[in-house]
Design a protein around this ligand. Sequence first.
Ligand code: SF4
Length: 168
Amino acid sequence: MQLTRFTDIGLRVVMALAADPDATHTSRELADDLHLSYTHVAKVVSRLSEIGVVNSRRGRSGGLAITELGPQAGVGWLARHLEGDDEVVNCEGERPCPLRSACRLRGALAAAQDAFYTSLDRLTIQDLIADPTGAQLLTLLPGPPNSADHTDAGPAAAMNCSEMRRSR
Ligand code: SF4
């Protein structure tokens, strides 16, 4: 099973913010520091904020920070929320599969998908930022945020995420 790029970026952003819980960062900084597209990070941050793992504040003293829930979140739980309800195979697409009402493979794939997330739920975000990952993240997140550029909750963040979820 493959996670979407949207979910990968979401997990990366949450790990970075959890590794540096006393600081705030802008989406632009995170994009630069983690070698990601700003547009993608802004969209993901909007979703992370809805889920409740990231706080986003506007203004000169604003920025992004991990919430209390963030480090305790199960990795599988968070991945499910970022991935959405899509099945591993799209049985209902433009030309729906004629087997779909009686397909044992569909059920098996759904069970495998569930097992995948359940397996990831053995770990929390806090587990993922144990060293060496946490130490490496801190080397990537330099200094205080640039107060001149706090655009985290701006229009880009409100854009529809479904297109990005589909890209892998
Ligand atoms: S064979 Fe089964 S799993 Fe594959 S597309 Fe058809 S209904 Fe879905």
